[in-house]
Design a protein around this ligand. Structure first.
Ligand code: F6R
Length: 599
């Protein structure tokens, strides 16, 4: 999703802005641009396509200065082309803005501005912002922006630059913005990835706040225009952790980080046979838990339902955040709504949490990005500590989410005064080694990928706690390899999907040991009888399953409740190798964004 970056300091700006945009590439984009202010003039350049294309532009070499803003655009209103890309400029080319979010009332404002004679060049909702600022500008950019914000409805993260003022002004509502505070230089961005190589000190803007940044100074004002003090936060992520090391893609790097990630998620949380979580909620009052999330995080929520009900015996439901927020949910004080989100910025998940709060529920966040909007919105939370996830397809955040929910589920049981199974705690600590063993299979999985990479469809079947893993395997494959894939509970096969099975259909079975292993075996036989090409994930050489399978991937045995985190690794690798062999840009799949900050 769109990315914002801005810089004011003493460095020569073009390499800084281009470097920053490259750090934002992972969010997904289809055009990019920069605007630099120098000697009372704005110099700008925009380009459809990759940042590497923008870099080739002759015009870029002529741009110099040390104050500027930059943007990667992911089209929402208007096609991905140069005209619609940001920065947008006013009629006199004296003010420029970059904007993330959606201006809902842009049509009326566009009409008003056009009637007043403004020349609006793009099809975007964003461009009206700069013309409104132009309309209100009387020598004070901050004042003009404040008047503009009163008129616009919707979500925004905005950075504004004027040829007449040595500052960048930023404003936020519903779309994240963070200010990086350096020595005599300041940064602004939609997330910390372009900032972290320069400074670890940041300020997260809250909704309705305005930031005025100049060289070596920042001022934050609240919605009433009053200056406020905000704490500087220290970023813990290193630059190495957000670079690719020797891996071809972030997705592969992040998959190989999974053992370490799980260690980080559990660090300090399992102690002397107990779960330690600092959650500020009165659990006695909780009568029902609703997990809400999107995409991959929704799949970990589905696993979470099994775990929470198993350990806490509290009824648990799972809702797509996008559905929850609009379905007039029945919420009461005894409800705990848990939002699961890697980015902590997903618009639907954020809105679901706000909705739940308004209806009187308590809220908890299971979030990766520290300081993100969801993490600040909830009553209490559990951070994943999975480190930055850059590949658009979520991998390490998923396993970390499942482990975090498992810890939380056991914690609920513990809070009820019940005995905790020590063997389970020990096994959680053993999981990183088991995942390591699955990762050793990567080359074997690549060979399987070679065999099936040209398939048109895939089916994934699992049962019980591994049904959501089947959904996740299918999602991973479709999003990065563009092969149509579906996940089902294996028993549902006979109610429809079985009609699809023929000799061209690869069918992945999650067939590791469980209380219902025998049932899975009969599902495998049904597919075999219809000549489907079976790929089985099993725990050890299982002659019976092998007899029916075209390919078998052996993974270490673990407790059933932990099997999703071990099993999903093979599916992530299978999707990765297929997409890579098909020659696709694995980290930036078409049409997808890392952080979905609009509805
Ligand atoms: C898929 C994927 C997405 C996200 C979804 C929610 O690989 O990454 O489906 O899981 O957009 O994002 P978060 O977890 O950031 O709320």
């Amino acid at each position: 999703m769109c990315g914002i970056f801005g810089y004011i300091g003493n460095r020569e700006i073009v390499p800084v802005l281009i470097g920053g945009l490259k750090k934002l590439e992972y969010r997904g984009y289809d055009s990019a641009g920069i605007c630099v202010s120098k000697n009372g003039t704005l110099q700008y350049i925009k380009k459809e396509g990759r940042i590497s294309e923008l870099e080739k532009e002759e015009g870029l070499k002529k741009i110099s200065g040390s104050i500027g803003i930059a943007h990667t655009r992911w089209a929402t209103h208007g096609k991905p082309n140069e005209k619609n890309s940001h920065p947008h400029l006013d009629c006199k080319k004296e003010i420029a803005i970059v904007h993330n979010g959606i201006i809902e009332n842009y049509r009326v404002l566009k009409k008003l501005l056009t009637d007043e004679g403004h020349k609006i060049l793009s099809e975007t909702d964003s461009e009206i912002i700069v013309h409104l600022i132009e309309k209100f500008y009387e020598g004070d950019l901050e004042d003009a922006l404040s008047k503009t914000l009163k008129l616009i409805e919707g979500a925004y993260g905005i950075a504004v630059l004027s040829s007449k003022e040595e500052k960048i002004i930023v404003a936020k509502k519903g779309s994240p913005l963070v200010i990086g505070v350096g020595e005599k230089e300041m940064f602004v961005a939609s997330d910390i990835s372009p900032i972290v190589e320069y400074t670890k000190k940041v300020i997260y803007l809250s909704d309705d706040e305005i930031g005025i940044i100049s060289r070596g100074k920042y001022i934050i004002k609240n919605r009433d225009g009053k200056q406020i003090e905000k704490d500087l936060q220290e970023i813990k992520w290193s630059i190495e952790s957000i670079e690719k090391a020797n891996f071809k893609h972030f997705m592969l790097k992040e998959s190989f980080e999974e053992p370490e990630v799980i260690k980080n998620t559990i660090r300090g949380r399992i102690k002397e046979g107990k779960i330690k979580l600092s959650i500020n909620l009165d659990f006695k009052k909780i009568k029902r838990i609703i997990l809400t999330a999107c995409g991959t995080s929704w799949h970990s929520a589905l696993i979470g339902k099994y775990l929470i009900e198993e350990y806490s015996k509290i009824p648990c439901e799972v809702d797509y955040a996008s559905e929850f927020r609009y379905r007039n949910p029945l919420i009461s004080e005894g409800d705990l709504i848990i939002a699961i989100s890697q980015s902590g910025e997903t618009a639907d998940t954020l809105a679901a949490i706000k909705e739940a709060k308004e209806r009187g529920a308590k809220t908890l966040g299971i979030v990766n990005v520290v300081g993100s909007t969801i993490s600040r919105e909830v009553d209490s939370g559990i951070y994943l500590h999975a480190g930055p996830e850059t590949g658009v397809a979520s991998t390490k955040a998923f396993v970390s989410q499942v482990i975090a929910i498992l810890l939380f589920s056991i914690y609920l049981k513990q809070e009820k005064g019940e005995e905790i199974d020590k063997e389970l705690l020990l096994e959680i600590e053993n999981i990183p080694d088991k995942i390591e063993k699955v990762l050793f299979n990567s080359e074997k999985i690549k060979k399987i990928a070679e065999k099936f990479k040209d398939s048109k469809n895939f089916l994934y079947f699992g049962r019980g706690i591994n049904f959501p893993v089947a959904l996740e395997g299918a999602l991973k494959l479709k999003e990065i390899s563009y092969i149509h894939a579906e996940g089902y509970p294996a028993a549902e096969m006979k109610h429809g999907p079985i009609a699809l099975i023929d000799k061209n259909m690869p069918v992945v079975f999650l067939a590791t040991k469980s209380s219902i292993s025998k049932k899975i075996l009969s599902n495998i036989e049904e597919v075999y009888a219809r000549k489907g090409k079976i790929i089985s994930i099993v725990n050890e050489k299982d002659l019976e399953i092998e007899k029916f399978s075209e390919e078998v991937i052996v993974v270490p045995e673990t407790l059933e409740e932990l099997s999703p985190v071990v099993n999903v690794i093979s599916l992530q690798l299978l999707a990765y190798h297929i997409a890579n062999l098909r020659g696709f840009d694995v980290d930036k799949p078409r049409n997808l964004a890392k952080s979905v900050t609009v509805e």
